[in-house]
Design a protein around this ligand. Structure first.
Ligand code: HEM
Length: 479
């Protein structure tokens, strides 16, 4: 009972806080004149429910396109997650937001994200992201990743042998999650032992759920559990980090074996090395950033390849030629990846139609004008992948699956944005490309498959997930 009242009080305080926030912004907005057209919806929740529910129904783009049509405008006002927000649509909207990072706008995350990732140095997650961004490219750039393709190939082989082979039916989504998680554990911290991996796996799911929850830190809430799970994983990571430091000093570990060695041995421009606790935070951030996105993309690929036999044939032909060119036991390499052109066009078309991230928020750091409308300081801005991906102005017949859109010079700038753009563009883009292509290689060279639920609903919450996890029947190729 006590817990019930405590939860109620927490909720009440949250509502009061958000209401005051809302009224403050409304007053300020009135003073700001020519705001973009739109509605702020109900107090506090604004239009959040409609924004989220179009995703739950599988059509997140409906929220965007209904308003573009209603206001005849590619920029409109709404209120999301307790804050007034402006949605900028089309390639011009994307270009504007991507090009004005730290000039007019800066990244913004819901407060639950900041609380689950408190930095050990007490800096905000924004500053942390800047530090992380400076150091990541060295590990995640294509040249550096080349040497990890063989490792990805071996991890994928083990994953398929244990979770797909000798099975008539599988449920795909939990498996793509496991694949991307195994890979991250191996490439980020060299954790390979399945027992050790599974020690992280469950708390990791709890953490991910906490990130997207209402930030009420009371026993029993997903947020409360998320914070505890994140503390547990951080503690485990710290043990691994300490051990690695000792192993590196004794020459028992290699400086290039994973991102952890890289972080321990790379200093910043002032010659300073990162603290162990910072490294743990950053690795946790990478695991979160890279895990659900790539597993959603892999699951969507399985869905589309089941539905489109001619596309499957094209991918199969390309991948089997590569498989046949390899000697027994020879691992995939950079040249093989370069030959997977059609497969990557297919993956891009999948991410156009089912972008793992629907968009992201920014915050106005000053008052400014956009398209003749005033945007007040402190308002949130949102770019949406669907505003271009599913817009016939940028992709004719947008719901038609057509990988040839990516041939030649491909889509126009700022129209295909599954990885965002500008200074905050996903630093894991190339890593994601490799893990997706290696996954496709292993999948199609082994199997054909069919969906067991032909019209299975896709729920976008916040990433596209098949409602029942995408059960399929496998048909192994004859040897
Ligand atoms: C298909 C897979 C992926 C997709 C679609 C994706 C998409 C995105 C997008 C759209 C953003 C930018 C959000 C914004 O504009 O604020 C982003 C940021 C980020 N991604 Fe990815 N991502 C993927 C995989 C990965 C992987 C594998 C990693 C790690 C290895 C990763 C790490 C990050 C990080 C750390 C950020 C934050 C960067 C910052 O704020 O400066 N992502 N991702």
């Amino acid at each position: 009972m006590e817990m019930f009242y405590a939860s109620l009080l927490g909720f009440f305080l949250l509502v009061v806080f958000l209401s005051l926030n809302f009224l403050f912004y409304k007053q300020k907005a009135a003073a700001n004149g020519n705001l973009p057209p739109g509605q702020t919806g109900f107090p506090v929740i604004g239009e959040s429910l409609e924004f989220l529910s179009t995703g739950w129904k599988g059509h997140p783009e409906k929220f965007i396109f209904d308003r573009i049509a209603k206001y005849s405008s590619y920029v409109f006002r709404t209120s999301l997650l307790g804050s007034p927000a402006v949605v900028l649509c089309g390639s011009a909207g994307n270009k504007f937001l991507f090009s004005n990072e730290n000039k007019l706008v800066q990244a913004w995350w819901p407060s639950s994200v900041d609380k689950i990732f408190p930095s050990s140095t007490q800096t905000s997650s924004k500053e942390e992201a800047i530090r992380l961004r400076k150091m990541l490219p060295n590990f995640l750039k294509p040249e550096a990743l080349q040497r990890y393709i063989g490792i990805m190939d071996s991890v994928a082989s083990r994953h398929f042998a244990s979770d797909w082979e000798n099975k008539d039916e599988v449920v795909v989504f939990p498996l793509t999650k496991r694949y991307t998680f195994w890979l991250a554990c191996r490439l980020f911290v060299s954790v390979e032992d399945p027992n050790q991996v599974s020690k992280f796996e469950d708390p990791f799911g709890v953490l991910a759920a906490g990130l997207l929850s209402v930030p009420i830190d009371l026993p029993g809430t997903p947020f409360y559990r998320g914070i505890r799970a994140s503390n547990f994983i951080r503690k485990e990571l710290l043990t691994i980090i300490k051990q690695r430091k000792a192993d590196l000093a004794e020459g028992k570990a290699s400086p290039t074996q994973d991102i952890l060695s890289h972080m321990l041995l790379t200093s910043d421009e002032n010659g300073k090395f990162m603290h162990e606790a910072d490294i743990a935070d950053k690795i946790l951030g990478l695991l979160v950033g890279g895990h659900d996105t790539a597993s959603s993309a892999c699951a969507s690929l399985v869905k589309y390849l089941a539905e489109l036999p001619e596309v499957y044939e094209g991918v199969y032909k390309e991948q089997i030629e590569i498989a046949k060119s390899k000697a027994e036991g020879e691992l995939l390499n950079w040249d093989d990846i370069q030959k997977m052109r059609y497969s990557w066009n297919v993956a891009c078309e999948v991410m156009r139609l089912a972008p793992p991230l629907q968009g992201a928020f920014r915050e106005a750091i000053t008052d400014f004008m956009y398209n003749g409308f005033s945007i007040p300081k402190g308002w949130k801005l949102y770019w949406s992948a669907n505003s271009t991906h599913k817009n016939p102005e940028f992709f004719p017949e947008p719901y038609k699956f057509d990988p040839s859109r990516f041939e030649g010079s491909g889509p126009a700038p700022y129209t295909f944005v599954p990885f965002g753009g500008g200074p905050r563009m996903c630093p894991g883009k190339e890593y994601a490309r490799l893990e997706i292509l290696v996954f496709m290689h292993h999948l199609v060279k082994r199997f054909k498959w069919e969906k067991l639920i032909p019209n299975e609903k896709i729920v976008v919450d916040p990433m596209p997930n098949p409602e029942k996890g995408l059960p399929i029947r496998l048909f192994p190729h004859k040897a």
